[in-house]
Design a protein around this ligand. Structure first.
Ligand code: CTP
Ligand code: ZN
Length: 161
C-alpha cells in the first residue's frame, strides 16, 4: 500500500473526462463551459489529487456529455495542460490534448465597453490575438485592449448555456 493517500472515484460508462487540469481550476472550467449541474448530469469533480506530471491536479468526469470544438478552446484558456478523454462502454476511446489557438474568436467578451464588439447594433464576433501563452496575455484585435489569465472566467460568463 502506497504511503500517499488516494481518492478513489468511479469510472464512468459513457461521457467525457477532462484530466490534467491544474490544481484548483476545475470549478473555473465548469464555469466557462456553462456546466452548473442543474440539468441533472452526473458530474464528478476531483480536486487536488496527486499527479505524476503536475504534482497536483484536478479532474472532471461528466457522464453522458460530449464537448464541442469550441469547448476545447475555452478549456485551453484555463487549463493548457488538460487532456479530454472520450469514454465509451467504460473504455477511453479517444484522448485529445487541448491546445490554445493563436487567435481566439467568438469566445471572450472584450472588457472595453466602447469596443465595436460591444456595440448593441453590431454583431461583430470578438477576436483576440494570443500575445503570450505563459503567462497568458491576449489582445483585442479591434480596440487593442489587453486581457490576462485572471480575466478569462468573467469574460466568458456571457456565453453560459
Ligand atoms: N476514466 C474514467 N472512466 C473510464 C475510463 C477512464 O473516469 N471508464 C478516467 C481515468 O480515471 C483517468 C482518465 O479517464 O482520469 C484517463 O484514463 P486513462 O487514459 O485510462 O488514464 P491514463 O493512461 O493515466 O491517462 P493519461 O496518460 O492521459 O494520464
Ligand atoms: Zn475590444
Amino acid at each position: 500500500m502506497s504511503e500517499k493517500s488516494t481518492l478513489v472515484v468511479s469510472k464512468i460508462k459513457h461521457g467525457t473526462v477532462i484530466d490534467h487540469i491544474p490544481a484548483g481550476k476545475a470549478m473555473n472550467i465548469l464555469s466557462v463551459l456553462g456546466i452548473r449541474g442543474e440539468k441533472g448530469d452526473r458530474i464528478a469533480i476531483i480536486m487536488n489529487v496527486e499527479s505524476e506530471k503536475l504534482g497536483k491536479k484536478d479532474i472532471i468526469k461528466i457522464e453522458g456529455k460530449w464537448l464541442e470544438p469550441r469547448d476545447f478552446d475555452v478549456i485551453s484558456l484555463i487549463a493548457p495542460s488538460a487532456t479530454v478523454n472520450i469514454v465509451e462502454n467504460f473504455e477511453v476511446v479517444k484522448k485529445y490534448k487541448v491546445s490554445l489557438p493563436d487567435r481566439v474568436e467568438g469566445l471572450l467578451k472584450c472588457p472595453n465597453m466602447t469596443c465595436i464588439t460591444n456595440e448593441r447594433n453590431e454583431s461583430i464576433k470578438t477576436k483576440f490575438k494570443v500575445l503570450s501563452r505563459d503567462p497568458l496575455k491576449l489582445q483585442c484585435e479591434y480596440c487593442g485592449t489587453i486581457i490576462y489569465k485572471d480575466d478569462i472566467v468573467k469574460l466568458t460568463n456571457y456565453l453560459k448555456k
